[in-house]
Design a protein around this ligand. Structure first.
Ligand SMILES: Cc1cc2nc3c(=O)[nH]c(=O)nc-3n(C[C@H](O)[C@H](O)[C@H](O)COP(=O)(O)OP(=O)(O)OC[C@H]3O[C@@H](n4cnc5c(N)ncnc54)[C@H](O)[C@@H]3O)c2cc1C
Length: 446
């Protein structure tokens, strides 16, 4: 039997630690897995002892708090193989995007990775995977060609568009409800360079920049992926002087075209208001993490989101009122431009989301002085105000939520929830994988 860690063991706390530190979990047993065989053993152990089971890679997207059960950690499973002939990658369960970006670059290829290279490939992709290249190439989940997964019966299965088809569908969106993925295979795209970076504006320009970006975004080709972040910068020495203590508007750009055309496209943004910072330049894709430049250190956070059909002036006013400089809880708001290839249905889609939505609105607050409860109330006010234009919600951007029992019913359509519950009944009838935003097995499936 593979190694197991229990509370009190010297390495237990370190093995449990992840990026998110505000969602407490205390499993009875942690299984540090180094191979698919270790995962099989762990799942069979959970079955024999009638225990629920969860999985963690980096801890960026920890779903729910829990006590007891088995936690399988995958960060030792870090094999990456690139097949240049087919432009595909095969990665083990614990691989982070940074490793795939580096390996693929040697062949002039890139994965559909996101803003932060430290995020895990499997959790990201099973949640959809909204990439810096998304408007040109679609969701990361839509590039997946095969998923190897250990289901609750302790069997290692291979799900593809042709084998285990229901499981192949359910895993891409239903994430960790159906088993522990041990390896993922997916397509890469021919990208080596980007015109990218960010533009930063000060507190007094927030409203102007929001409006200018919203209008500009409507005109952009699919080669342009962009987000606008509103960030309350702490008044601390670690924050560079022009931004320190300000509520900054940060426009993030990832443009798949030459620098001259990129410069032309962003000219109206540069002219929108006085700039506090401008990092836009041609960069190798291996430096794509510098665009958002997100903090790399573990912290506690809570986040919620909505997909929206538009961003009208009433909505921009509500965002400024509930999450701007005067808001009761310091909140980072991220507006992501959707559309382009993200709107197109691939041949083998995963669980549906609103592909017609124009933007996502995400709110993220650090759990620090403001506790989870105060943050939840503040986020609710914001999303209540946006409700008339909200078309859905993305589970992959829900963090630190204590409404675990109800979250699945909020994100999936009734038809998809029913189909997910049927797949669940087939592969996990005892609901062993329930320490997450749980989809319960259909009781009448048969
Ligand atoms: C700073 C930051 C930046 C981000 N940027 C983006 C972005 O640009 N685009 C985007 O789409 N998302 C982004 N995300 C969201 C991110 O994709 C999700 O939080 C994702 O779930 C993280 O996966 P992980 O493996 O790193 O984290 P973990 O917390 O280890 O896992 C997250 C979830 O995935 C499940 N999971 C992990 N491994 C497995 C496995 N082997 N089998 C089955 N289930 C598994 C876990 O059970 C858990 O529910 C970002 C998140 C953060 C914190």
């Amino acid at each position: 039997m593979t190694e197991m860690l229990r509370p009190g063991d010297a390495e237990y706390d370190q093995e449990l630690a992840g990026f998110q530190i505000a969602v407490p979990r205390r499993p009875d047993v942690i299984v540090p897995a180094a191979s698919a065989a270790n995962v099989v053993e762990a799942v069979r152990y959970a079955g024999e002892h009638d225990l629920p089971i969860a999985v963690q890679s980096t801890g960026h997207g920890v779903a729910v708090p829990f006590e007891g059960g088995v936690l399988v950690t995958t960060h030792r499973m870090n094999g990456v193989r690139i097949d240049a002939a087919t432009s595909t990658a095969r990665v083990d369960a614990g691989v982070r995007w940074g490793a795939v970006i580096e390996a693929a670059a040697e062949y002039g290829l890139a994965p559909l990775s996101g803003s932060f290279p430290g995020v895990g490939v499997v959790g990201y992709t099973l949640g959809g995977g909204f990439s810096l290249l998304g408007r040109r190439y679609g969701l990361a989940a839509d590039q997946v060609t095969a998923i190897e997964v250990v289901t609750a019966d302790g069997e290692l299965r291979r799900a593809t568009p042709d084998t285990e088809r229901d499981l192949f569908w359910a895993l891409r969106g239903g994430r960790d409800n159906f088993g522990i993925v041990t390896a993922l295979e997916f397509g890469l795209v021919p990208v080596t360079r980007l015109y990218g970076g960010s533009l930063q504006f000060g507190t007094e320009s927030l409203a102007t920049v929001l409006h200018v970006w919203r209008d500009w975004a409507a005109e952009m080709p699919r080669e342009m992926t962009s987000s606008l972040a509103m960030v309350p910068m702490p008044d601390l020495p670690m924050v560079p002087e022009p931004l320190r203590g300000k509520h900054v508007a940060q426009i993030r750009i990832a443009y798949l075209g030459d620098a001259a055309e990129g410069e032309r496209l962003v000219a109206p943004l540069r002219a929108a208001a006085p700039l506090l910072g401008d990092t836009l330049a041609e960069i190798p894709f291996t430096e794509s993490g510098s665009i958002a430049n997100e903090p790399p250190f573990p912290h506690g956070y809570r986040a919620d989101n909505a997909t929206v059909s538009e961003l009208n002036d009433t909505m921009l006013d509500a965002i400024l009122e509930h999450a701007g400089p005067g808001a009761p809880v310091p909140t980072v708001v991220l507006l992501d431009l959707l559309g382009g290839a993200l709107s197109e249905r691939p041949e083998h889609p995963g669980v549906d989301w609103d592909r017609e939505a124009r933007f996502t609105v995400r709110a993220l607050s650090v759990v620090d002085d403001a506790g989870m409860v105060a943050i939840k109330a503040a986020h609710e006010k914001l999303f209540d105000a946006l409700k008339p234009w909200s078309t859905g919600k993305l589970l992959t951007f829900v963090y630190g939520d204590s409404d675990a029992g109800t979250e699945a019913s909020k994100v999936y359509s009734p038809a998809d929830l029913r189909r997910l519950a049927e797949v669940k009944a087939a592969v996990d009838p005892a609901n062993r994988f329930r320490l997450t935003h749980n989809v319960e097995p259909a009781r009448d499936a048969g």
